[in-house]
Design a protein around this ligand. Structure first.
Ligand code: PMV
Length: 317
């Protein structure tokens, strides 16, 4: 039996502007993970993947049109292993599904790692990331690549998208960032599901209606992301909090905040958070708050009282 795991992720800053060529910073959630267990199954049973967290009965076979089934096929081919095997694979995840926390990519990375270990074929982190990207691309068109990268490398990253479709195509810029002093984030889920492609589409319409205004907002976010990187490297937590607040003000202007997000952000501020903003697509989904040890418990309590359906805590190192 072989077990492997991969972390969830959050976007710290730069969401939406990143679609227009500005940088973003993404962080692994090292203590909130997806796990894959691979074990031999009775002869003739084939390959069955179970996902008991999704639903006790939820299983899929490698032949199905499912992102993880596709990844399973791609990985077995990459490992040079025949698909006609008898294996039981169990995928579990503590990462909320469809919440912008990278659960799909983390399950994928855990699956690839567990299979590589099980069959004793070494894969580099870049190989793992590429396999997960390939399977996501198959289903989501041209994902930016931020999720597979951060969950495979398990490092805070600076990310700028490449131009996969352009005449002069280019790869994304992915650079690990330096964390000068560990800091703590509290992450809260509004419980409102807002698919990323919907908010991204709404922003595109607004940008088309007022390109100069929106380009200026995106550029200002890009500038802030550069400042945030420097504050993280220098361990300047107070300035980091102020910059996150500024990023939220710009996201509000872009029109991707929501009453539920604003309620949680206000509650986090009132309880002493150093900074708070939405994370990911917005319109619902999750927010994050930067806290000190002295305010952490109060912020968690305030978020629950303000209606968060789930509150997670993580230390960024
Ligand atoms: O909601 P998430 O974590 O998938 O993040 C979406 C981030 C956006 O910048 C809004 C879209 C994108 O493709 O980068």
């Amino acid at each position: 039996m072989t077990t492997a795991s991969a972390p969830g992720k959050v976007i710290l800053c730069g969401e939406h502007a990143v679609v227009y060529g500005q940088p973003a910073i993404a962080l692994p959630l090292l203590d909130i993970r997806a796990t894959a267990v691979v074990e031999a199954a009775p002869a003739g049973s084939g390959i069955i993947c179970a996902m008991p967290d999704v639903d006790e009965q939820s299983t899929f076979a490698p032949t199905e049109a499912h992102p993880l089934a596709t990844l399973l096929r791609l990985t077995l081919a990459r490992l040079g292993v025949a698909a006609a095997l008898d294996l039981r694979i169990t995928l579990r995840s503590a990462i909320p599904i469809a919440s912008g926390m990278g659960s799909g990519a983390a399950l994928g990375a855990a699956l690839v790692k567990a299979l590589a270990t099980h069959f004793d074929v070494p894969l580099s982190v870049a190989d793992i990331s590429t396999l997960v990207y390939e399977s996501e691309r198959f289903f989501h068109g041209t994902p930016s690549g931020i999720d597979n990268t951060v969950v495979s490398y398990e490092q805070a990253i600076w990310f700028m998208r490449g131009q996969p479709d352009a005449e002069r195509s280019s790869l994304p810029t992915i650079t690990p960032i330096e964390v000068g002093r560990p800091f703590t984030l509290v992450i809260a889920d509004t419980g409102v599901r807002a698919p990323t492609h919907v908010t991204v589409g709404a922003v595109r319409e607004r940008w088309q209606a007022a390109p100069q205004e929106f380009d200026a907002l995106f550029a200002e976010i890009g500038r802030l992301v550069g400042e945030i990187r420097a504050y993280i490297a220098a361990g300047r937590i107070v300035e980091l909090g102020q910059a996150l607040n500024h990023n939220q003000a710009l996201l509000r202007e872009i029109g991707v905040s929501s009453p539920e997000l604003e309620q949680l952000i206000a509650a986090a501020h009132a309880a002493g958070a150093l900074g708070a903003k939405l994370s990911g697509g917005g319109g619902g989904g999750i927010m994050l708050a930067l806290v000190e040890a002295t305010s952490q418990a109060a912020v968690v309590r305030a978020l629950v009282e303000a209606g968060a359906v789930r509150v997670l805590q993580t230390v960024v190192t």
